[in-house]
Ligand binder design. Structure first.
Ligand code: MG
Ligand code: MG
Length: 267
C-alpha cells in the first residue's frame, strides 16, 4: 500500500532528510586515511543523536550499527569495524534519520585520497544516473520510467552492472514503504507516480558484473567479481510539477571539496 503524504508531512520529512545530509557532511569534513570505519560511524551517530534524531538503521531487522558503511567491492549493508581507510578506497555511507515520526534516507560514496580514473568515473556516472532517474520522478510517469532511465545510462551507455537484488523504495513513517523502485526495468511499467508519493531513489552500480554475493557476516553484499560498486541516494517527493528532492548533497559536496584528504567525482 502506498502512503501519500500531505504538504505538512512533506515539510516534516524535509527536516529529517536535510538532517541526513548534514550528518553526511559532518563525516565528509573528517574522512581521511588512517581512520577506522568505527570512528566514521561514531561521528555520524553522535551528530544524529545531538540533533534530536534516531539512527533509522540501528537495530533495523537486527542491523548492528547506525550507519551502513560499505567499502570498495561492498555494494551495501556493510557495517563499521576495525577497517582502516587508505588512499584509493571508496566508502559508501548510507545514513537514515528518524525524527518527528518520519525517516530521511540518503547514501553517498566518498573517495579517500587518490583513486584511479576508472573509479572516479564510476562515482561520477552513478551520481549522474541518480539525477537522470530523478528527472523522471513526475506525476503521470511510472516507476519503470525512473528505473529504465537509470539502467539505460549506466548499463547501455557506460557498460556497468546494475544490481538487481536491491532496490529503492517508498519512504515515510516507515523506512521501507511501497512501491519498490528498481534501478532497471521497462518504461511505462510499474506503479503510476502521483503527487504526495515520496521515493528513495538509489542506484547501486557495479563497475563490473551486476551479480552480487552475500558475505557470511549476515549483512554485507559484495560484487561477485569483487570490482568496486558505488551508491548514491536521494529522497524525492512527487508533485504536480518538478520533482521535489527532499535530501541535499550541497553540504556534502562543499565538505568533500574542502577536505584535502578526499578526491571528488564531479566537474
Ligand atoms: Mg539508504
Ligand atoms: Mg534507501
Amino acid at each position: 500500500m502506498i502512503h501519500y503524504k500531505s504538504a505538512e508531512e512533506i515539510e516534516i520529512m524535509r527536516h529529517s532528510c536535510l538532517l541526513v545530509g548534514d550528518a553526511h557532511a559532518t563525516a565528509a569534513k573528517l574522512l581521511r586515511e588512517g581512520m577506522t570505519t568505527l570512528e566514521v560511524n561514531q561521528i555520524v551517530e553522535e551528530f544524529i543523536l545531538d540533533n534530536g534524531g534516531i539512527p533509522s538503521f540501528k537495530n533495523y531487522n537486527g542491523f548492528p550499527a547506525a550507519t551502513c558503511i560499505s567499502m570498495n567491492e561492498a555494494v551495501v549493508h556493510g557495517f563499521p569495524g576495525k577497517h582502516i581507510l587508505k588512499s584509493g578506497d571508496i566508502i559508501s555511507l548510507d545514513i537514515g534519520v528518524y525524527k518527528n515520526g518520519f525517516h530521511g534516507d540518503s547514501a553517498y560514496t566518498y573517495a579517500i585520497g587518490e583513486v584511479s580514473p576508472e573509479v572516479k568515473q564510476l562515482l561520477k556516472v552513478t551520481k549522474q544516473s541518480l539525477y537522470i532517474g530523478l528527472q523522471k520522478a513526475r506525476q503521470g510517469n511510472r516507476i519503470g520510467d525512473i528505473a529504465n532511465a537509470i539502467q539505460e545510462y549506466t548499463e547501455k551507455q557506460h557498460g556497468y552492472g546494475v544490481v538487481r537484488e536491491l532496490v529503492g523504495h517508498g519512504l515515510g513513517r516507515s523506512l521501507h514503504e511501497d512501491p519498490q523502485v528498481p534501478n532497471y526495468g521497462k518504461k511505462g511499467t510499474g506503479a503510476k507516480l502521483k503527487a504526495g508519493m515520496v521515493l528513495a531513489v538509489e542506484p547501486m552500480i557495479n563497475m563490473g558484473v551486476k551479480e552480487v554475493v552475500h558475505l557470511d557476516d549476515g549483512w554485507t553484499v559484495l560484487t561477485k567479481d569483487r570490482k568496486p560498486s558505488a551508491h548514491f541516494e536521494h529522497d524525492v517527493c512527487i508533485t504536480s510539477g518538478d520533482p521535489d528532492i527532499l535530501t541535499s548533497f550541497q553540504a556534502i559536496e562543499a565538505a568533500e571539496q574542502a577536505n584535502a584528504n578526499l578526491s571528488w567525482s564531479y566537474d
